[in-house]
Design a protein around this ligand. Structure first.
Ligand code: BT5
Length: 248
């Protein structure tokens, strides 16, 4: 099912009916010097999640990867990923979905009042650069758009399921407009993220490279790290890891 993705400047599109992974293709373009190129596909046959996990990407989705060459230090790169999740959640809300953000970057739809959710979108960020400068960055959000939930893994939801089908070209256009605004004003990213966060106020378990930590999610720092308060009153800042919402 081919999609007409004419997008407004500054972004140009490379569209595929089917491709292995839009992030893998975007990486090739990035290495060749591309900037503000958006790789889009209706279907991915080898969609990738974080940490070598698989990402289900059947026909009807919005599978996209943006190539950028921002003049920022690598330590600020997480703000790019947060910016894409804010932009995704905003576009999904405009499509009628009660989209919120689960730290760091999952766009989810709450179920009930206790922090349960279904996953609408995840983001894979890949980059290359020196210690003081990013050479290129690829941010790849995958959004379950016009897809039946039966075609998705357990715990997933779609725009079709929550609000009915979207016009994917318009959805992507809105997402990229928001992303463009946020990336040119990186200071605005964390406040916008906070407004959409489902994780703040939750009891969470975060699985970090250095081990597990459990506590109440009380804040996010200006670089996007999560601040937890543990049961012995200690404050722990976590910059990366998998986060699970626990029952209170
Ligand atoms: C992510 O990984 O959430 C990042 C997913 C990024 C996908 C996009 S699509 C465009 C671009 N090109 C790519 O090849 N990738 C990016 P992670 O946090 O590791 O979550 C992966 C886990 O989510 C899996 O282990 C499943 O449990 C679950 N999952 C897989 N497919 C899903 C889907 N379509 N919707 C919701 N959950 C899914």
């Amino acid at each position: 099912e081919a999609v007409e993705y004419g997008l407004e400047a500054p972004f140009s599109v490379e569209y595929h009916d089917a491709i292995g992974s839009t992030n893998s293709r975007a990486r090739e373009l990035a290495v060749d010097g591309a900037e503000d190129v958006v790789v889009l596909a209706d279907e991915q046959t080898g969609g990738r999640g974080r940490l070598e996990r698989e990402w289900a990407a059947p026909s009807g989705g919005v599978w996209l990867s943006v190539v950028d060459r921002p003049a920022i230090a690598p330590s600020r790169a997480p703000l790019y990923t947060l910016a894409i999740s804010v932009a995704t959640a905003t576009a999904a809300r405009e499509a009628g979905v009660d989209a919120r953000i689960k730290w760091p970057n999952d766009v989810v739809v709450p179920v009930g009042e206790e922090g349960d959710y279904r996953k609408l979108s995840g983001i894979l960020t890949e980059m290359e650069g020196e210690t003081d400068r990013v050479e290129w960055i690829v941010v790849g959000p995958g959004i379950n758009a016009n897809i039946d939930v039966d075609a998705l893994p357990e715990g997933a939801t779609s725009i079709r399921e929550e609000a009915g089908d979207v016009d994917r070209r318009r959805f992507v256009q809105r997402l990229l407009e928001e992303f463009d605004n946020l990336r040119t004003d990186l200071e605005s990213v964390v406040p916008a993220w906070r407004d959409l966060a489902l994780t703040l106020g939750q009891r969470v378990r975060v699985d970090r490279p250095s081990g597990e930590v459990v506590g109440d999610a009380v804040d996010i720092t200006e670089t996007g790290a999560l601040v937890l308060e543990t049961d012995d009153g200690e404050r722990v800042t976590v910059s990366a890891g998998d986060c699970e919402h626990l029952r209170p």
